[in-house]
Design a protein around this ligand. Structure first.
Ligand code: C5P
Length: 220
């Protein structure tokens, strides 16, 4: 039986969007499909890792051999990540909502003749930055970045600001980039403190496979 390179490693992955409730029937969301994160979870399991996938609300099948934990909100995602620690590697792919409503309504908000409801927002916890300073910080901590300009410079700044080891950056500007969120292909740059590796556009499952092979090399 072939030796799998991630045998014995625990890998934690977040994927998908989060939904932040406004009232019982409405929420704030974003266009993340979860495809890239789920593909990374599948690739990690194929390479032998014990994979914990913290999934926001998406209708995707659970990859074979992956432990899936479903969440809705950013705060639920943060709690599920905390509960899944320790991990050797964490890859935070989720498009976490930056804001939630400061006080979501217990009942459906009604239309009141011309008076518009005001949404007060408050900031969500930054799961990636939190993991970077946690006593249980994974040996290899990886974030994602969706940028529309100066992709590499912004990714380098994000690497420093978040305190992670790698940023996987993709360009989501313009008609081509908009198809990244929800689409099936992805062109990424792997930004580390040692430099930048840029990959041509590939199907998301191939990006996932290549990324997990690079990760396996790094934690071997
Ligand atoms: O700051 P920005 O949202 O661009 O950072 C993106 C990276 O940070 C992604 O890896 C994302 O999963 C992570 N993130 C997080 N918690 C947040 C916001 C972003 O883990 N509240």
């Amino acid at each position: 039986r072939e030796h799998l390179p991630l045998q014995g490693k625990r890998v934690l992955i977040t994927a998908g969007p989060t939904h932040e409730p406004i009232d019982p029937v409405r929420y704030i969301a974003n266009r993340s499909s979860g495809k890239q994160g789920f593909a990374i979870a599948a690739a990690a399991a194929e390479l032998g890792a014990e994979v914990h996938l913290i999934a926001g609300p998406v209708q995707l099948p659970t990859p074979t051999g992956v432990h899936r934990h479903n969440v809705e909100t950013a705060r639920e995602m943060a709690a599920a990540v905390d509960a899944a620690l320790p991990a050797d590697v964490a890859i935070l792919v989720a498009a976490v909502a930056d804001w939630r409503t400061a006080d979501s309504a217990q009942q459906k908000i009604k239309k009141t003749g011309g008076v518009l409801p005001a949404l007060r927002l408050t900031e969500n916890p930054d799961i990636l930055a939190g993991l970077a300073t946690d006593a249980r910080r994974p040996e290899l901590l990886i974030g994602f970045a969706a940028e529309t300009e100066n992709v590499i410079a912004h990714a380098q700044a994000k690497l420093a600001r978040k305190g992670c080891d790698w940023i996987v950056a993709n360009d989501v500007s313009g008609p081509n980039g908009q198809s990244v969120m929800g689409g099936s292909d992805n062109a990424v740059h792997i930004v580390t403190r040692d430099g930048v590796e840029s990959w041509d556009s590939l199907p998301k499952d191939q990006v996932a496979r290549k990324l997990m092979e690079k990760i396996a090399d790094a934690v071997r």
